[in-house]
Write a protein that binds this ligand. Structure first.
Ligand SMILES: NC(=O)c1ccc[n+]([C@@H]2O[C@H](COP(=O)([O-])OP(=O)(O)OC[C@H]3O[C@@H](n4cnc5c(N)ncnc54)[C@H](O)[C@@H]3O)[C@@H](O)[C@H]2O)c1
Length: 273
């Protein structure tokens, strides 16, 4: 299948933002390798994207398995002779007070949200550096740009992804490789229902979170590809973000009050002994 058509790999591509990214990439005539641990959802998306023409293939991939990530990226590169885009997007959410968390909780989220992104970036970057082009897009979060009380592990993984990706953005440019991080805020996906909730009433927490204005995954996908096109280092589609940043810098007490509110709302969902 070697040719001129662009090729993308999307991890966590069977649901939410990843799924919308796959559809948007196909709309831009990119052939998409959908990867996920959700086999049925991945196959359904593959069938949907292939209705009009051959546009996509689903392959099972758990991003915590470094060897399998390496094999998949290498195989795609050998078959297509190119790798234009790699979206390291798979991720999970985790809520909980730090004092309720175990080391296993930390390992579980770091394995997916951080190691999964590191494996993809490390392997995809070598290939893109060799071919002299390509774009890696790592999904972080607005929680990777500031504090996120009662989600500190999630926030820690996303800060690490932002640090890795923004640093590589500049390191890679001399080799023709582009690198961006996507930092969404609230997007209407199953991530809230599927989150790991540690001593937190998940449905109450989800109810609270869903009171926020949610963006559709389709809108995020469109904004992301625009950011990719412009090679934006941090794609942060948060409405009013700059205004909020300025206000919080001028009035730090405003930011503090906001963080206290986040703690209060999260604690109302805590399951006490
Ligand atoms: N939805 C939001 O509001 C929001 C906000 C900021 C950041 N994000 C980030 O966006 C990314 C996508 O999340 P989403 O909201 O679309 O959620 P989602 O739950 O709809 O999609 C996440 C996908 O990742 C997959 N996944 C989980 N563990 C995996 C593993 N070990 N290997 C491979 N795939 C795995 C899931 O099966 C799922 O299909 C995540 O990194 C998330 O942290 C989401």
């Amino acid at each position: 299948m070697k040719g001129t058509r662009k090729v993308a790999i999307v991890t966590g591509g069977a649901s939410g933002i990843g799924k919308a990214l796959c559809a948007e990439l196909v709309a831009h005539n990119v052939f998409v390798i959908i990867t996920d641990i959700k086999v049925q959802d991945g196959k359904t998306l593959q069938a949907h994207l292939n209705e009009k023409a051959l546009n996509a293939r689903f392959i099972h991939l758990d991003v915590t398995d470094c060897k399998k990530v390496e094999r998949l990226i290498q195989k795609v590169y050998e078959e297509f002779g190119r790798l234009d885009y790699l979206f390291n997007n798979a991720g999970i959410a985790m809520y909980g007070e730090l004092y309720d968390m175990s080391i296993k909780n930390w390992k579980d989220i770091i394995d997916i949200n951080l190691w999964g992104v590191i494996y993809g970036t490390q392997i995809g970057y070598q290939i893109m550096k060799k071919q002299g082009f390509g774009h890696i897009v790592n999904t972080a979060s607005a929680a990777g740009l500031g504090p996120s009380p009662v989600s500190s592990a999630y926030s820690a993984t996303k800060h690490a992804v932002v640090g890795l990706t923004t640093s590589l953005h500049y390191e890679a440019e001399g080799f023709g490789v582009k690198v961006s991080t996507l930092c969404p805020t609230f997007v209407d996906t199953p991530i809230f229902e599927e989150a790991i909730a540690i001593k937190i009433n998940k449905s109450l927490m989800t109810q609270q979170l869903k009171k926020q204005k949610m963006m559709s995954p389709q809108r995020i996908a469109k904004i992301t590809l625009k950011g990719v096109h412009k090679n934006t280092p941090v794609i942060c589609p948060m409405p009013m973000r700059k205004t909020i940043d300025v206000l919080c810098t001028i009035f730090p007490s405003l930011h503090h009050a906001l963080m206290r509110l986040v703690c209060k709302v999260s604690r109302e969902a805590r399951i006490s002994e």
